[in-house]
Every structure is written in C-alpha cells, then in structure tokens.
Design a protein around this ligand. Structure first.
Ligand code: F6R
Length: 616
C-alpha cells in the first residue's frame, strides 16, 4: 500500500526516483508524485493516475536536483485526485513529505494546526503530518544541534498515532533527507556516493544490493556525506548492512507479457528453490533450521495455530488438512485480522505460525505481535527477507521464490502450499509417520516442479476454455478436502483480476444454499481428484448438471467421468495428496489469467488493489 522512494546523491534524482516508482507501482497506483530540492526550493509534480501520467508531467518540468522524494499512492484518506497525491508541501512551503500508512489521530492534529494558522489543500492524513513538522520548525528555537530537520521530524512523530513510512525534505536543508518508519516497510540502499530509501528493495536494486532494513521507531538522517540512524527516543543505532540476494533481472519482465504470466511460469523453479537443502540426508523428512526449535521441543507441541490473510490464508487451510492428516495434530486457522481482536484462548503447547509473502501485511503482523504478547513462540513462513514479520518472528522459513510483483499471488502461493506440506511431513516424522512413508512423501514433493511443468503445458487448452467462459458474470469453484482451499483460491484469483463474481465452496456444501445460483448463466469449476471422494464429487456435478449449470472439471488423469457430465475437462497429473493442491492450483491460475486478458483487464494491477496491505 503506497510506495515511497527518496534519493540523496550526485546523480539527477528525478529519473532514479521515477524508475523506483515504476517498480513500486504494484504497491498502489491511484496517483504518483515527485518533489525535488533544487535551487533552494521544493519543485513538485504530482498527478492522479499511474506513474506513466507522472512521467509525462515531469517532462514539462526542469528537474535537475540531486535530492528528492517520490510516491505512488493507494488511496486511504481522500479520493483519487491531484490534490491528494503525494508529496505534500506544508502550508508555509518549507517541507515536503511522502507517507505510506495511516495517521490515526490526524483529525485532532489538524484541528490544532488550523488554530495555529496552517492551511490544508488536500483531504489526506499525510498533509497534517507535514504541517506538524513545519509547526515544530517554526516553534522550536535553533539549538545548534546536529540537524533541525531530523529533530523537527522526530518531535512531530512523537505526537502521531498510527503507522508510517515517511520521507521528508526541507527547503532550508539542502542535500538532506529524513525518513522514518513505524509498521510500514522502509529500507535504505547504501550505494556508491548515494543513498536511496524505498518501501522495498525492487526500487533500489538497480543501484545497490547493500541495504539497511530500518526497524519500527527508527529515523534515518541522510546527507551527501553519509547517514545516521537514531530512534524516536534519540538513541543511536549501529546500522547493519545486509546484501540482497536477488538481482534486477528477477524484478524484470524479460520475455513475458506481464508479471502474472512470468510468475505463473516461474513456479517450477520457485518450488525447487523453496525445497533446496531442506530434506534430510536419508531423504525421509524435511529440515527447517530456521525454526529455532529442537525436535524435542517440537514433540511437546500438541496444537498448531496459523494466521494469515488472503491467498496465504488459503495456503494455511491446506497446511491444516495435511498436518491433521499426517501428523495427527489439531490445527486451527484464523484470519489474522480476526485473530487480533478475537482474544482467542491459546494453550501452552500451541505453536503459532503466521504466513505472509510480503512479511508486511499489517493484520498478520498485528496477529504475530498479539500472539507474542501472550507469550507464544511465533514462527513465520515468509518470502521477503528482512521484512517486519521475518524480523519479529522467533524463527521461521523463507520461501525463496524471489520478488513477486504481480498483485495476484501465484508463485508465492504455491510455495506456501509446499512449505505447509513440508511442515506436515516434518512434524509427522517426529511422531508416527514411518521411514518408508516419509521417503515416499519426500519423493512426491521433489516431483512437484515437474508436475507443475507438465500442467503448464495445458495453457493453450485452458486459454481456449477461458475465451468461452469470459462472458459469464458469476462462477462457482467447488472442491473438497485439501482442494476446498484451492476452490477458494480459484475464486479469489478470478474475482481479483477479472472482476467476475466468483465463490469458492466445499462441493458438498453447495446444496445448502449456493445451488440456488445455478442456472445456464452460472458455470461451476469442479476439482475432481481420484480417490475416496470421487463418487461424491460426481454426484455434486450431477446436481449442477440437472439444473443446466455448465461444468469445467479439473480432473486427475486416470479418472473416468460419466460421458457428457463435464462441458470442459482440464486434466492434471495424478499425484500424492501433499502435491495435489499445488498442481491443482495451476489450472485455476491460468483460467483466471486468460479470462482477465480476454476482458482486457490489467492483470498485474487490478483495480482497487495493491500488493502488501500495510493499512488496516
Ligand atoms: C491474492 C493476494 C492476497 C495476499 C494477501 C496476503 O492474490 O495476493 O490475498 O495473499 O494480501 O499477503 P501476504 O502474503 O503478503 O501477507
């Protein structure tokens, strides 16, 4: 939600900031803006619309300064207008500010500032913070300290409730920039004679791989000569410079039409990377060094709790199924946003997991903090190295799938499914699963990338189906057991990128209500795996057919459906139950993708959405 970039260095800042904004655009694309400190003034360009609109606007300016800030917005307070776009300038013209997050007490601060003569041009919470910094600058005498810019930002932030990743320029502070964070991601790139702050690494990776991940409550003060990090309480912080392990090409499209396509096709390799080095030498179980939990400690656990949002929540539901089935331990899965307010009782031997691709989803982070506050050990399954969740968890597992840029999760989701399956194996092997069953399970997981490759070969067939079904306005996704969460995921994928209404249901639940939707106008996508529930699913399909509903059946090879029951059949390879959800996800990703393309939707940047939901 919102992307911020700031630059202090020797190069012209505008093009570097614009490049960063293009890479951060997936975080929000309602408006974009840029402000440079040049010739002793703050020069601003901002526009409602995407970064490409800003690029045209910038071409009309003479931006030559080497210090600047830029922002791409996902609207929270105030509509999508030029005035509400960031950066915001204080009403005395002295400060410019960009912000990702929400200032919760903005109304009280605004009332106060109005009495002091400050005025407002926008409806945003952000402009309030900018004027508050100006107020402190005007009010506080110059005490000759290191940086008044830093001190005024610090003072203003002490009065703020809410979340923020901000960057601030001051007209009286050439070549200086102050950035700070609380619950919104922010990192500092340390380049060759230049510094870049950004919401995530994709915005700075083309200039440096050396980064400092700022922590909550920290402020960084950057000048042409260097940077210092301090806390809101003025304590000095020794920076730790980390190296980003991926490169710019991982964040580029290459030969693909869009990031969603790229990331769907990256899945076999992503799964290999997720598994790499994580099986025992005897090939009978998984290894998770990062859990910081011994086998003996893990054996004490008698219950798992998983919290996540969106697609990651679906992945947790699959983990629940596999852990309960193979490790015979009870698992509870909750929406992170519900858990944090539910005050759910957790007993002593519960192991608490959060799952999050970005590691910045505010609700998941809040669930983690709530569980920690209650004294639980919290583990994280997370993709982004150095993210807030990764840093605050007591241990965890990285997904290692590289940057996921398409707003709709694809490769991160299947990697989460894989890690859930590996976790089930790991715990099961500490309990009742035999060596031979473990070896079989491991071999099945190792085969998953090839099965996904094979399923991807169905793309032309699925594209043809998608073109026949793009005209419907409602579609049901129906599955059972471990494929029920994949039905939810299929429905989510379709609605988020094509805006077609879709629902996911357990196939047998359909007759308790949703069947009322069925007619020739509402098709259903069924998951039809081989095994104990095959006949039950066929019965559900018959009930749909009897009501003239069209059926797209995703069927494991070797299953014979009654003739004429399905209007369309998408075969998937027959595989181990731990791998089935991964393989079954691919057809629904492709189906949604091709339907969205047919409808000319922007699959990478669906309307109203943004990757990494850092506001409540
Ligand atoms: C859907 C999607 C979202 C995310 C959710 C959680 O395609 O991407 O539903 O899964 O916002 O995000 P993370 O995993 O970053 O916590």
């Amino acid at each position: 939600m919102c992307g911020i970039v700031g630059y202090v260095g020797k190069q012209k800042a505008a093009s570097i900031i614009l490049e960063g904004l293009k890479r951060l655009e997936y975080r929000g694309y309602d408006s974009a803006g840029l402000c440079l400190l040049q010739g002793g003034q703050l020069d601003l360009a901002k526009k409602a619309g995407r970064v490409e609109v800003l690029v045209k606007e910038v071409a009309r300016h003479r931006f030559i300064g080497t210090t600047g800030i830029g922002h791409t917005r996902w609207a929270t307070h105030g509509g999508v207008t030029d005035a509400n776009a960031h950066p915001h300038i204080s009403s005395d013209g002295k400060f410019a500010l960009i912000h990702n997050g929400v200032i919760e007490n903005y109304a009280q601060i605004k009332t106060f500032l109005l009495t002091k003569g400050y005025t407002f041009k926008s409806e945003t919470d952000t402009e309030v913070l900018c004027n508050l910094i100006a107020y402190h600058y005007a009010k506080e005498p110059d005490d000759g300290g290191a940086s008044r810019l830093l001190e005024c930002v610090r003072k203003a932030l002490r009065h703020v409730d809410g979340t923020y990743g901000i960057a601030v320029l001051g007209v009286d502070f050439p070549d200086e920039l102050v950035a700070a964070r609380k619950a919104s991601p922010l990192l500092l790139g340390v380049g060759d004679g230049e510094y870049i702050i950004a919401s995530d690494a994709s915005a700075l990776i083309s200039r440096t791989q050396n980064v400092v991940y700022l922590k909550d409550g920290e402020l960084v003060h950057i000048t042409a000569a260097g940077f210092t990090i301090t806390t809101l309480d003025q304590a000095d912080v020794s920076p730790v410079v980390d190296k980003i392990t991926w490169t710019i090409s991982d964040a580029e499209l290459g030969s693909h039409a869009n990031f969603m396509e790229k990331e769907i096709y990256e899945q076999p390799v992503a799964l290999e990377n997720t598994m790499r080095g994580r099986f025992s030498e005897d090939g009978s179980t998984a290894n998770f060094g990062g859990l910081n939990l011994s086998a003996a400690e893990l054996r004490q656990i008698d219950r798992f709790m998983f919290c996540a949002c969106g697609s990651a929540w679906h992945a947790c539901l699959v983990a629940e199924h596999l852990i309960e089935r193979y490790a015979r331990l009870p698992v509870e899965v909750d929406y992170a946003s519900e858990f944090r307010y539910r005050n759910s009782p957790l007993d002593r031997n519960t192991l608490f997991f959060v799952m999050s691709q970005s590691g910045e989803t505010i609700d998941t982070l809040a669930a983690l903090r709530e569980a920690k506050r209650k004294g639980y050990r919290v583990l994280a399954i997370n993709n982004v190295v150095g993210s807030s969740i990764a840093r605050e968890a007591d241990g965890g597992v990285y997904q290692h799938v590289g940057p996921e840029i398409g707003v709709a999760s694809t490769k991160a989701f299947t990697s989460q499914l894989l890690l859930g399956a590996m976790m089930a194996l790991y715990v099961a092997r500490l309990r009742d699963m035999s060596f031979n069953d473990g070896v079989q399970y491991v071999n099945a997981l190792k085969g998953a990338p090839d099965l996904v490759r094979k399923t991807l070969l169905q793309a032309p067939h699925i594209k043809a189906i998608a073109e026949r079904y793009s005209g419907y306005s409602d579609i049901l996704f129906l599955g059972r057991l471990s494929l029920f969460p994949i039905a939810l995921e299929g429905a989510l994928k379709l609605k988020e990128i094509s805006y077609i209404h879709a629902e996911g249901y357990p196939a047998a639940e359909m007759k308790h209500g949703p069947i009322a939707l069925i007619s020739e106008k509402c098709p259903s996508v069924f998951f039809v795996p081989k095994g104990e529930i095959f006949n039950k699913i066929v019965s559900s399909m018959q009930e749909i057919k009897a009501r003239k509903g069209k059926i797209i059946a995703i069927v494991t090879e070797g299953c014979e459906l009654p003739a004429g029951l399905a209007d369309e059949v998408i075969p998937i390879p027959d595989c181990h139950e731990a791998v089935l959800p991964i393989v079954a996800t691919v057809p629904v990703q492709l189906l949604s993708y091709y339907i969205a393309l047919k409808l000319k939707c922007d699959v990478d940047k669906p309307r109203n959405l943004a990757k990494s939901v850092t506001v409540e």
